[in-house]
Ligand binder design. Structure first.
Ligand code: SAH
Length: 268
C-alpha cells in the first residue's frame, strides 16, 4: 500500500479533504458519553446536516469531473471511481442486470445508481441527504434516464422497505458506529432477494493508526465522525443474515480505503 511522506503532510493538514477529515474527530460531540442508540441518532443528524450543506458542496465536486478539487480530493475521487468500476465490472461480467431491481442505499449523487440504470437495472436509490438525492435525480434526468428506470428519494437507509434483486451500499458504513453494523447489514439483507454489495473502510492496525494520527490534527472544517469496521464483523453479519461472500476487492489509494464485498443469499 502506498503512503508517501508528502501525503502524510497533507493528511496532517486535514483541512479541506473529507475522507481525511472523516479521519478526524469533530469537536462537537466527542467527549460526551452517550448510550449507543442516542449516539446513532446524533450521528445521523450530524451526517444529514453535513451532507445537506458543506458536505454536499465538497462531495458533489469530488464525485464529478469538476477541476475545483485539490490533490487529496482528486486522490479520493480516483479511489472511489475504482470501487465503482469494480462493481460495474462484476455486474457486466454477470451480464444479467437488465430488468432486475436494484436498491442503492446511501446513493450520494448517483455515481453507482446512474450507470446501473444505463445498464438496464431498475433502480430505487435513496440517500439520507435531500441535497444528495436531488442532485442524483438531476444528473440522471440530464442523462436522459427516465423516472421509471431510476427513482431517487430521500430516506435513512434503515427506513427503506421492499424487496430487490440486488442491494448496494457503497462507502456509507463509515458513518455507522460499529455496534449498529450487524443490524444495518441485516436490514440490507432483508431488502435483498439475491445479492448484497457493501463497502466499508476496514479496521486494520494501519488504518486505525492513521485515524488516530489524524485525530491529533483536526481540521477547521466541519466533518462527521468516521468509523472503521473489522471485516470479521461484516462477514459474520452477512452470514447470520443468510448470505455468503462470493467476491471481494480492496481499493486503497493514499487517502481512500475501501473493502468491497459481494454476498449472495445462501441456497438451502
Ligand atoms: N454510495 C454513494 C455515496 C457515498 S458518500 C457512492 O458511492 O457514490 C456517503 C453517502 O451516504 C452520503 O451521500 C450520505 O448522505 C449517505 N448516508 C450516510 N448515512 C446514511 C444513512 N443512514 N442512510 C442513508 N444514507 C446515508
Amino acid at each position: 500500500m502506498k503512503f508517501s511522506p508528502i501525503a502524510a503532510v497533507i493528511l496532517l493538514g486535514a483541512v479541506t479533504n473529507p475522507e481525511v477529515a472523516a479521519f478526524t474527530t469533530p469537536s462537537k460531540t466527542t467527549t460526551t458519553t452517550r448510550s449507543s442508540s442516542l449516539s446513532v441518532v446524533d450521528d445521523k443528524t450530524e451526517v444529514r446536516e453535513y451532507f445537506n450543506t458543506e458536505g454536499f458542496n465538497r462531495w458533489n465536486k469530488i464525485y464529478s469531473d469538476s477541476d475545483e478539487v485539490n490533490t487529496v480530493q482528486m486522490d479520493i475521487r480516483d479511489g472511489h471511481g475504482q470501487t465503482i468500476d469494480k462493481i460495474l465490472k462484476w455486474i457486466e461480467t454477470d451480464g444479467d442486470i437488465e430488468g432486475k431491481t436494484v436498491c442503492d442505499c446511501g446513493c450520494g449523487v448517483g455515481s453507482l445508481a446512474i450507470p446501473l440504470a444505463k445498464m438496464g437495472g431498475k433502480i430505487s436509490a435513496s440517500d439520507i441527504s435531500d441535497s444528495m438525492s436531488n442532485e442524483a435525480a438531476r444528473r440522471a434526468s440530464e442523462m436522459g434516464i427516465s423516472e421509471g428506470q431510476a427513482k431517487f428519494y430521500t430516506s435513512d437507509l434503515e427506513s427503506v422497505t421492499g424487496k430487490y434483486d440486488t442491494v448496494t451500499c457503497v462507502d456509507v458504513a463509515i458513518h455507522y458506529p460499529t455496534e449498529k453494523m450487524t443490524e444495518m447489514i441485516q436490514h440490507l439483507c432483508d431488502l435483498s432477494e439475491r445479492r448484497v454489495l457493501i463497502s466499508f473502510a476496514p479496521k486494520t492496525w494501519y488504518y486505525s493508526a492513521l485515524k488516530k494520527f489524524g485525530e491529533f490534527f483536526p481540521g477547521p472544517s466541519k466533518t462527521t465522525r468516521a468509523y472503521l469496521h473489522e471485516e470479521e464483523i461484516v462477514r459474520n453479519a452477512l452470514s447470520k443474515a443468510g448470505f455468503e461472500v462470493t467476491r471481494e476487492e480492496m481499493t486503497g489509494t493514499n487517502f481512500y480505503f475501501s473493502r468491497l464485498l459481494e454476498a449472495k443469499r445462501k441456497t438451502a
